[in-house]
Design a protein around this ligand. Structure first.
Ligand code: ZN
Ligand code: ZN
Ligand code: ZN
Ligand code: ZN
Length: 313
């Protein structure tokens, strides 16, 4: 489905070869990216906003989170993957707030950290006090989703290691971003929810697409590391792959639908308005000639003639 090959282009941060990946976009388009899975960096040749299908996101997330981040602290000056000229910082305003990217001034593309790429699409969110409480109850630590570092002060908002903002996965948003393929939202099979995840407080099954906390024990659904995402990817991927594109309609039927009803044309509407064609489908019995014999039409013509004669005289 996707190809992953090493390219000759080196990572602008660690100089290891980048991985080239072709991801599925919406409507059978593909999106090409280059990844450094150690530095959690993503390079796009195109500037337009990347629109990945659910399967595209699964491919990207799997490629990225297969191995933990290598705690890379990004160097201050990074160069374009194509022309090696220094990249300049640009700020993106999205509906989820400001994010930043590095751009080549020659137009070769854009470099973004993996966490910002997801955050600017609303797939990550800030950490709330209730999240910290639930994490503490589980005995887990908040992990930096960019570099993987797990040791932070209890109320810290920035990663102590790489200085990225500490964020968590926005589970319902991520789940709904994944559940789209061929432009259609995935219809879950009837019966038991195949995406159900056990509450980490009491084991009660939770629907990650809608539930953010457990209705039974109030424990908050917190995904503060990439390992938590994997069961969702495993559950969603077979369903996405089984999703077929909507069947194209046979050409004859499509053509008839496109052309529409001949009665919908402007000319026919005008005729109808002038009472020359019957208004209803049963009008065949009393067609054009019947209408012409109608005395009101002759009266109308006579008045029109009179007005015309008065005007042009
Ligand atoms: Zn790297
Ligand atoms: Zn460049
Ligand atoms: Zn970090
Ligand atoms: Zn629970």
């Amino acid at each position: 489905m996707h190809t992953a090959t090493a390219t000759s282009a080196p990572c602008p941060a660690c100089q290891q070869a980048l991985r080239h990946l072709v991801l599925e976009g919406h409507y059978a388009k593909s999106v090409e990216v280059e990844l450094c899975t150690a530095c959690y960096l993503v390079w796009f040749d195109a500037f337009e906003s990347v629109r990945l299908s659910g399967l595209g996101w699964v491919q990207l997330l799997r490629a990225m989170v297969l191995q933990p981040a290598s705690r890379a602290v990004l160097p201050p000056n990074m160069a374009c993957v194509r022309c090696r000229k220094p990249l300049s910082a640009v700020r993106n305003q999205t509906r989820f707030g400001h994010t930043a990217a590095l751009e080549c001034e020659q137009g070769h593309g854009q470099l973004q950290t993996f966490s910002l790429l997801l955050a600017e699409r609303g797939l990550l969110r800030q950490v709330l006090p209730a999240d910290r409480t639930s994490l503490a109850q589980e005995g887990r630590a908040l992990q930096c989703l960019q570099c993987g570092a797990g040791e932070h002060a209890p109320q810290a908002s920035l990663c102590a290691y790489c200085q990225s903002p500490l964020r968590m996965v926005d589970v319902p948003r991520l789940a709904s971003a994944l559940l789209v393929r061929h432009g259609d939202v995935l219809q879950l099979p009837p019966g038991a929810n195949p995406l159900a995840m056990a509450c980490r407080g009491c084991g009660h099954p939770l629907d990650p697409t809608t539930e953010t906390s457990c209705p039974r024990c109030d424990h908050v659904l917190v995904w503060a590391d990439w390992t938590s995402v994997r069961p969702l990817l495993d559950a969603v991927e077979p369903l996405l792959r089984a999703q077929q594109p909507r069947q194209a309609k046979p050409w004859g039927r499509r053509l008839r639908e496109q052309q529409g009803d001949h009665r919908a044309t402007q000319f026919h509407r005008w005729l109808r308005h002038a009472n020359l064609v019957s208004r209803h489908d049963d009008g065949g019995q009393r067609g054009l000639m019947g209408r012409l014999r109608d005395w009101r039409n002759w009266l109308g013509l006579f008045v029109l003639g009179l007005v015309g004669w008065g005007f042009f005289r």
